[in-house]
Design a binder for this molecule. Structure first.
Ligand code: IMP
Length: 184
């Protein structure tokens, strides 16, 4: 495989991701059936796409989905702000939204998106993330559905990139240090 020489270790295998998506899909189905609602899935581009595709086929509800692309930047305020690069085409007023993320790190991006969606009149906003990196958190944000917890390391694969590379790897891994340093 082309990337083999760059990979230090595999953290989560393709099979583990597939099983986790089944588990999360079943739980999401159960939870939304219990409240008699069908969520609008909002996947944040680009990193969440492979996880989103794996997840949505495991949700046994007549769901609709849409995409949003935001870039987060921190101004002088530590709350974080977002710039919308691609907005939703679907109105969110009175909708139950389920945001799909690849990884929650500081939590700033997703927090800003949540506030925006509530501001637009969403009824509820929940988060499902493939990975959670709690050591990176700078706010109190907690995802509602979490695939796997990772430590304080930079991960790639299954949607996640380093310098736009490695997104299409079917597993989640850590790169060899020289792959980062050669770019710096
Ligand atoms: P946050 O606002 O710091 O939570 O940013 C989350 C976003 O940063 C994710 O959606 C990823 O695009 C990116 N990110 C954070 N940690 C990593 C990582 O370890 N690998 C790849 N991307 C990451």
């Amino acid at each position: 495989m082309w990337a083999e020489k760059d990979i230090e270790k595999v953290l989560v295998t393709e099979e583990q991701i597939e099983n986790k998506a089944k588990e999360l899909g079943a739980k999401i189905t159960e939870d939304y059936k219990a409240i008699g609602s069908t969520p609008l899935l909002v996947a944040l581009l680009r990193g969440s796409v492979p996880f989103f595709a794996e997840l949505c086929k495991n949700i046994d509800l007549d769901i609709q989905y849409d995409f949003m692309d935001v870039s987060s930047y921190v101004g002088r305020h530590s709350t974080g702000e977002i710039r919308i690069l691609k907005d939703l085409d679907t109105p969110v007023k009175d909708q139950d939204i389920l945001l799909v993320e690849d990884i929650v790190d500081t939590g700033k991006t997703i927090q800003a998106v949540i506030e925006l969606l509530y501001h637009r009149g969403a009824r509820s906003v929940k988060i499902v993330t493939l990975l959670d990196k709690p050591s990176g958190r700078t706010n109190h944000l907690q995802a509602d559905y979490i695939g796997f917890e990772v430590g304080n390391e930079f991960v790639i694969g299954f949607g996640m990139d380093f310098d736009q590379k490695y997104r299409c790897l079917p597993f989640i891994g850590v790169l060899k240090p020289e792959c980062y340093t050669s770019k710096e």
